[in-house]
Design a protein around this ligand. Structure first.
Ligand code: COA
Length: 246
């Protein structure tokens, strides 16, 4: 059985981690299931992807049982194999939402950080236990966290090992909303995104992701090229016509 459930709600695809008895700890097998899910027609044809966890957690992080016996060669092989999944989530062309409840730790938080929007309910707990285990967040999380919350907060989370509840995560900018029903709100946001012109959504997402690394000049050029392409799209032409008829 796959460790990731794939469901569709109209144009929205919902991926649910299903290793509930281990709080969705990200074993290689779970990462492989997630990789297969990303390749599925349900994800490919969707306008927005929601990632969530089954049971009482989003994910308690990398599977600690798999840490042992990781030689340097095995680590390199891991990133070539299932360890690349976090970058693949980040590279999805359509918007992604992490709907977080319960523990969202370590690799689980790295997975959430690879999505575009994170929302949480009041049971959510965020943290990075890696340093206390003698390792470091290494699935894009160190890079993404510093970008999102700055080096001071990142050190508080990663070095001091601070655990943030939903309100603290909101104050730190880690999540964009704290809500009562995280799944329902994720669906609402996803429906809102799915109703927008898909090409404009996708190019805007990709442009935003590139901006922090682009020089000002390159960033301005990306904007203009994206505009040049989008202005000719059927959606933009139709919406301009509709506006003119008002
Ligand atoms: N890797 C592997 N198994 C994990 C896991 C992880 N990261 N996190 C939880 N589990 C397993 C537990 O071993 C337990 O399995 P068992 O029932 O077969 O013994 C099951 O999930 C439930 O966890 P448990 O510890 O009993 O739940 P809890 O509510 O008492 O505590 C946590 C929850 C999240 C505080 C605790 O499980 C924990 O600290 N997990 C490790 C978190 C971590 O360090 N993650 C980052 C890794 S880099």
């Amino acid at each position: 059985m796959s460790l990731v459930d794939i469901a569709r709600d109209g144009a929205i695809c919902i991926l649910t981690l299903q290793r509930e008895e281990k709080l969705n700890a990200l074993s290689s097998e779970l990462e492989r299931s997630l990789g297969a899910a990303l390749e599925s027609e349900e994800v490919r044809s969707s306008a927005c992807v929601i990632l969530t966890g089954g049971g009482r957690a989003f994910s308690a992080g990398a599977d600690i049982g798999e840490f042992r016996d990781r030689t340097p060669e095995a680590v390199v092989a891991y990133y070539r194999d299932t360890g690349g999944i976090y970058e693949r989530v980040a590279a999805l062309p359509q918007p992604t939402i992490a709907a977080v409840h319960g523990y969202c730790l370590g690799g689980g938080l790295e997975l959430a950080l690879a999505t575009d929007l994170r929302i949480a309910d009041r049971t959510a707990v965020f943290g990075f236990p890696e340093v206390s285990l003698g390792i470091v967040p290494s699935s894009g999380g160190t890079h993404r966290l510093v970008r999102l919350v700055g080096p001071g907060r990142a050190k508080e989370l990663m070095l001091i090992g601070a655990r943030l509840d939903a309100d603290a995560a909101f104050a730190a900018g880690l999540v964009t909303e704290v809500v009562d029903d995280v799944r329902e709100r994720a669906l609402e946001l996803a429906r809102q995104l799915a109703a927008l012109p898909p090409l404009a959504v996708s190019l805007t997402k990709q442009a935003i992701d590139l901006m922090p690394e682009a020089s000002r000049e390159a960033g301005i050029l990306i904007e203009r090229l994206a505009y040049g392409l989008l202005a000719q799209s059927e959606d933009a032409q139709r919406l301009a016509d509709d506006w003119g008829k008002r």
